[in-house]
Design a protein around this ligand. Structure first.
Ligand code: CS2
Length: 494
């Protein structure tokens, strides 16, 4: 980081070049109305921007108290800059910088669980939003039920007043509010899960009921969990981003976020305690998010995961690099047009062709270095909704799944942990150890390897391993990958 520059802060805001947008509202008058769990780059490039727009429009009671459920790094980076940070929206046309003031406080939950609970129990807080990634729900990805054996859930069931898990915080905060006669907050999942509100409601309700049946009944009867579809591509910030952005700002920002110009947020309009006028800042408020969510998961995220595993194996570092290989671009075009598209019930007024074209364009964005390795993380939590749900529907309809099968096979090849040149792959996944052990025991035999991995029922459920319509194409694709490598496999399947 350029050490000679002063730090971004309320004091140095005035030193920014006039063209850089910054909070025009009086930060000292902002009240906290939202608690957010999971203060990663995605939150700071997505929901926080809509809230920053609300504050700029004078809705000053909706500032965000953000919490990290694990690492102190975001708090540490932002604490000496008054929690201000830069949003950089990048495309071939250039880089647009804007300083965001929506985060008013950052709490590191493991350091101060009581502080986070106190914030969540504050009557001024009307909404709790979450971006905790798929694994943060501590659920079984295949069934969507709470994993009661998860170490964090077990810990929270035995010490509910000092929680660790997201549902542990939600349930304890709701208990405190109920005991104090304060109406519950609305809980808004902003993760890429199907029916994310319903999924969060199911796991939170189960968590609450295991502690206390009355609390369970309260969560079931009194708490709103609207579903949302969130969309913005946000690669992890790199040191090069920090240096470039700080140089352009002429002040140092220790943790800017880098994203694309595109953003979309579709929200079910169920907020009993009120909400910012999100529709005025670009969000779509609807009755039912399901068709939007399915469309996004099966087109954007399914393509992303497929490109990530195959691209990584082929030696491509980023999605844009992978897309520059025309056979990979053809493969995901076919995945969307031939395999996933036909499974969708479209949202009202959706223009499918334009949506798919825009996705290809977004994947090609040369200004985003979105690493295949980053998207490849946590595949065990992502595959069910991204690739497997669509595959199941196609198999029932008797339709082929050649490209989906290649995506699943590439994941199988990837989680073995050794790449095509014999180098180690840093596989990040809650099931990484088990997946690696299964791969080692099976060896490089497609039938044995596919058969053993399909037995992981948290991912594939009880049905797919024994379904020849699924196991057959996956095994053939894996055989091709093991024999010919990713580039040749993609060329012959696209
Ligand atoms: C990506 C998503 O990392 C991943 O798994 O597929 O984070 C993707 O960039 C977002 O869902 C885009 O909205």
């Amino acid at each position: 980081m350029p050490a000679s520059l002063p730090r971004l802060s309320l004091r140095t805001l005035g030193e920014l070049k006039p063209e850089i947008r910054r909070p025009g509202y009086d930060i000292a008058s902002v009240g906290a109305g939202i608690v957010h769990l999971g203060v990663g780059a995605f939150h700071r490039a997505h929901q926080a921007i809509y809230v920053d727009d609300a504050l700029a429009a004078g809705e000053l009671r909706w500032g965000i108290v953000a919490a990290s459920l694990r690492q102190p790094d975001t708090r540490d980076a932002l604490s000496t800059q008054n929690n201000l940070y830069t949003l950089a929206a990048n495309s071939a046309e250039g880089e647009n910088l804007r300083v965001i003031g929506a985060l008013r406080r950052v709490i590191v939950a493991p350091e101060h669980p009581a502080a986070l609970l106190a914030a969540m129990a504050d009557p001024a807080i009307r909404i709790v939003t979450l971006t905790i990634t798929e694994k943060g729900y501590c659920h079984d990805p295949a069934t969507g039920e709470l994993n009661e054996e998860h170490p964090d859930i077990r810990a929270d069931l035995s010490s509910p007043h000092r929680p660790r898990s997201a549902t542990g915080f939600l349930v304890e905060a709701l208990r405190l509010r109920r005991a104090a006669g304060i109406a519950p907050f609305t809980v808004v999942s902003c993760d890429n899960l199907p029916a994310n509100g319903e999924t969060l409601r199911r796991v939170a309700l189960r968590h609450a009921s295991l502690l206390d049946a009355d609390l369970g009944a309260f969560v079931a009867g009194e708490v709103a969990f609207p579903s949302t579809m969130v969309d913005r591509i946000v690669p992890a910030t790199t040191d090069a981003d920090r240096v470039r952005i700080s140089d352009r700002l002429c002040v140092t920002d220790a943790w800017p976020v880098v994203t694309e110009p595109f953003t979309q947020w579709v929200i079910e309009d169920r907020f009993p305690q009120g909400r910012p006028r999100f529709e005025e800042y670009g969000a779509e408020l609807v009755d039912d998010v399901a068709p939007y969510e399915t469309m996004k998961l099966r087109l954007l995220n399914a393509s992303h995961s497929t490109l990530a595993y195959l691209g990584y194996l082929a030696g491509y570092e980023t999605i844009a690099e992978t897309m520059a290989d025309e056979s990979f671009a053809r493969l995901v075009t076919g995945l969307m047009d031939e395999e996933m598209g036909p499974t969708l019930s479209l949202p009202p007024g959706a223009a499918l062709d334009a949506y798919k074209r825009a996705l290809l364009e977004r994947f090609r964005n040369p200004a985003l270095r979105h690493r295949t390795w980053q998207i490849a993380m946590d595949g065990s939590q992502k595959l069910p909704q991204r690739l497997l749900a669509g595959a199941r529907e196609r198999i029932v309809a008797g339709s082929p799944i050649k490209r989906i099968a290649l995506g699943v096979a590439a994941w199988m090849r990837y989680v073995g942990g050794i790449d095509e040149k014999g180098a180690l792959i840093d596989v990040r996944d809650p099931l990484a150890g088990r997946l690696r052990a299964i791969s080692e025991a099976a060896g490089p035999d497609a039938e044995r390897l596919a058969g053993s991995l399909l037995g992981v029922r948290e991912i594939f459920g009880d049905d797919l391993a024994h379904n020849p319509g699924f196991a057959g194409p996956v095994t053939s694709a894996l055989e091709l990958l093991l024999r010919a490598g990713a580039k040749a496999a993609v060329r012959s399947s696209s």
